[in-house]
Design a protein around this ligand. Structure first.
Ligand SMILES: C[S@@+](CC[C@H](N)C(=O)[O-])C[C@H]1O[C@@H](n2cnc3c(N)ncnc32)[C@H](O)[C@@H]1O
Length: 247
């Protein structure tokens, strides 16, 4: 991966096993149970609007792109998988909930040419556009779209990437189960048949994700993430999985 942009480590940086971030509710339920989730302000649009407005002002002030969720290595992992899977450089790739757009920057620097980022926060979109412009990347589409809106404008993507967005959506204090169901439907609409879904999560275990995406998607593989030791048990605080959209 190229030289990192100036940024801050996210509270969900996977190298930090002590944070009290969003994954503090993660449970390893054998049946993929989801009953133990605690709703959070991270599930609200107001939270992201305010967060990215501050990040936007900071970027315009001092050129710091802000938080990189799950840290630099989470982007390298996705890109390494794409290279190994021989995803063509002109494949259409959607970054769901792009935040500051840094993943788009890294993908572009690796030669991917057909990139789209969406986010429901206007401040995030403004920040991502500024970050891309500062890197002279003018051919990337960044749009203000609510992924759950069901507008039908996102379709036929070869690859959909999600880094922390399903986590955020899952923490919505209202309509908790409904938004999770809508996410899976929206993903099915956005991906073409045979397309790949790459998800990085700190809230969900592998079993829970397999359960959530069991219909219409086929599990392909888990990407290795650093393991942590806590209370005599070994586990991962970040889960990264690849799914394929079925016909
Ligand atoms: C944890 S941040 C991750 C940002 C980015 N993917 C990254 O890795 O830095 C979650 C992102 O999801 C966006 N988001 C949450 N709900 C969304 C929705 N319904 N539609 C589009 N974006 C959404 C938020 O605005 C925020 O940018």
């Amino acid at each position: 991966m190229s030289r990192p942009l100036p940024h801050r480590s996210s509270m969900a940086d996977e190298s930090d096993s002590t944070h009290g971030g969003p994954n503090s509710t993660k449970r390893d339920g054998p049946k993929g149970g989801e009953d133990d989730f605690v709703p959070s302000k991270l599930g609200t649009k107001q939270y992201w609007d305010e967060a990215y407005q501050t990040e936007l002002e900071t970027f315009r002030d001092i050129g710091d792109v802000g938080e990189i969720w799950f840290g630099e290595q989470s982007m390298g992992r996705v890109i390494r998988w794409m290279e190994k899977a021989e995803i063509p450089k002109n494949a259409s790739i959607l970054d769901i909930g792009t935040g500051n757009g840094v993943l788009l920057v890294e993908l572009a620097k690796e030669g991917y040419t057909n990139l789209t980022g969406i986010d429901y926060s206007a401040a995030s979109v403004a920040l991502a556009m500024d970050v891309l412009q500062a890197e002279d990347l003018n051919n990337i589409s960044v749009k203000e779209v609510d992924f759950l809106s069901g507008s039908g404008e996102l379709k036929d993507f070869d690859v959909c990437v999600d880094k922390g967005t399903f986590d955020a959506i899952s923490l919505n204090p209202e309509n908790t189960n409904e938004v999770r169901i809508r996410y899976v439907q929206a993903l099915g609409d956005a991906l073409k048949e045979g397309g790949y879904f790459v998800i990085t999560s700190c809230n969900w275990t592998k079993e829970q994700l397999l359960h959530r995406f069991c219909s219409g998607f086929e599990f392909v593989q888990q990407l290795p993430t650093p393991s942590i030791q806590f209370g005599g048990k070994t586990g991962n605080n970040v889960t990264a999985l690849i799914f394929k959209r079925l016909h």
